[in-house]
Design a protein around this ligand. Structure first.
Ligand code: COA
Length: 257
């Protein structure tokens, strides 16, 4: 693969965006390779958590603007659709994902981070959706995901101004979960991932499904899905292990069964 690097550090799967001289701008090839890289982690049962980050000084400065001049109405639609479908896929995988935001997360870069379950950012990072300054708007799911994440007022402010905000500001409005100094970013993110890796994978998969799908359903349908899912978790070995471990005052060892 040319545009990403993958590294397995069981139980963590690392994916590095790897076009540092272009601030990890996302082109069609990166979209394709990200899908392959994520698939490789999804189908490896030893990988419990996936971390996506950027090589160099950026997480990603967004879609590759240098290719925009070639696009026409149809190819622009198809490019946006392929990027957006990648983000949908990432959001809906059953394993937890963390965006380790090491620097700029702009445009499609922020949209990628928003498709992950958790965002941990370096203090130095800057985030934003600057597409409006190019005479366009976010096309990899940003208009829909940002409003669900931080609410309408702040989402509109960020998209209408195109302004970049600091990681601290992003934490304040709920756009990132945690901000740490760049020097601690990798270790803090790894620790967070290891914590998730100890949790029961079937509960994780169901929580993700209920939150991601439930948010767009009438509440009664979402609540019924939640109740039905209880039937699923109570049929797992992990539920028996979790309850037994509590009663026996020991740490549970979950197996994803
Ligand atoms: N697409 C293509 N190339 C990009 C890019 C993008 N989204 N973002 C940065 N690059 C390229 C630059 O053109 C530059 O290439 P060059 O060395 O051939 O001139 C290189 O990456 C380094 O970027 P540079 O702008 O010199 O770095 P900087 O530190 O001065 O500024 C940013 C960093 C992020 C503020 C600036 O690059 C920027 O505004 N990028 C575009 C962000 C954007 O609008 N994203 C939405 C895309 S839809």
């Amino acid at each position: 693969m040319e545009t990403i690097v993958i590294k397995k550090e069981t139980p963590i799967g690392w994916i590095y965006l790897n076009r540092p001289d272009r601030l990890n701008a996302i082109n069609q090839q990166m979209i394709k390779e990200l899908r392959q890289g994520i698939d490789e982690m999804v189908y490896d049962s030893d990988i419990k958590v996936i971390i996506i980050t950027g090589n160099g000084k950026a997480f990603s400065a967004g879609a590759d603007i240098s290719r925009f001049k070639e696009l026409n109405g149809y190819t622009a639609w198809q490019f946006a659709k392929s990027g957006r479908e990648l983000m949908d896929y990432i959001e809906n995988i059953s394993k937890p994902t963390i965006a380790m935001v090491n620097g700029y997360a702009l445009g499609g870069g922020l949209e990628l981070a928003m498709a992950c379950d958790i965002r941990i950012a370096a203090e130095e990072a800057q985030l934003g959706l600057p597409e409006i300054n190019l005479g366009i708007y976010p096309g990899f799911g940003g208009t829909q995901r940002l409003v669900r994440l931080i609410g309408k007022g702040k989402a509109l402010e960020l998209m209408l101004t195109g302004d970049r905000i600091s990681a601290k500001e992003a934490e304040k409005i709920g756009l990132v979960n945690k901000v740490v100094p760049l020097s601690n970013l990798e270790q803090e993110t790894r620790n967070f991932a290891l914590k998730l890796a100890e949790k029961p994978p079937i509960s994780i998969a169901l929580i993700k499904l209920l939150v991601n799908q439930g948010i767009d359903l009438p509440i009664l349908a979402g609540l019924n899905m939640e109740s039905l899912g209880w039937g699923v978790v109570f049929s797992t070995e992990d539920e028996k292990e979790g309850v037994s471990a509590f009663l026996e005052k020991r740490k549970a060892q979950f197996k994803g069964k």
